[in-house]
Design a protein around this ligand. Sequence first.
Ligand SMILES: [Zn+2]
Ligand SMILES: [Zn+2]
Length: 248
Amino acid sequence: MLLEYPADFHIHTCLSPCASDEMTPINILNMAKVMGTKILGICDHNSAGNINAMLNMAQDYDILVIPGIEVQSIEEVHLLCLFESEDQVFKLQEYIYSALPPVNNNPRLFGHQWLVDGIGNILGEENRMLLTSTFLTVDEIAQKVHELQGLLIPAHVDKKHFSIIGQLGFIPENLKVDAVEFSKTTTKANFEATFDNINEYTLITSSDAHCLEDMVYQKTFFLLKSLNFKEIVMALKGLEGRKVLIKD
Ligand SMILES: [Zn+2]
Ligand SMILES: [Zn+2]
């Protein structure tokens, strides 16, 4: 029997300088529990620094946490890169870190980049400036993500800035994407009416939460046989009855 699992693939923790300090693993998981959200993609800007704490904390919850990174390409395109395991996301992090400009974050200007444990104790602060473009092209990021068996989802593509359509003008035909994300500022009907042939892609919509209140947004549902990454991949491909539903 297939069941519907509410999903939010795009959530920032307190590691992202632009996110609220309240975005600790325990707070994110408790908020998801209140909302009934069963699948959480954790995607900080250019880093997976809080993924380990998030996954450890999630063991106490009936929620699937998908480790990810929101990578910013050299074209200033935001890409959600999601993986089955911590191991894979750390391999991507290594690749991203080697392609970040050698600049330190200025917390007073951009915000803190807290590394925390599951209950939000501060373990340290990431010094690299995360809120910036890597030296990697969209194609290079896509290639690496797929080499690591991950999912590549262009983020908030309806936005004018930091989106693939906003920056490039289109989604390159040869780019292998696993889904396309539209932002909470539009609806599925509007999105489909604005962008020609966008229905050729599997669509999702996410909160892009930077504070807990942002997580009050539940429109993407996965129809799955059980709650795991392989089932999610099947749903994104529309295989054997698994699918993604968007309820506006
Ligand atoms: Zn973004
Ligand atoms: Zn984001």
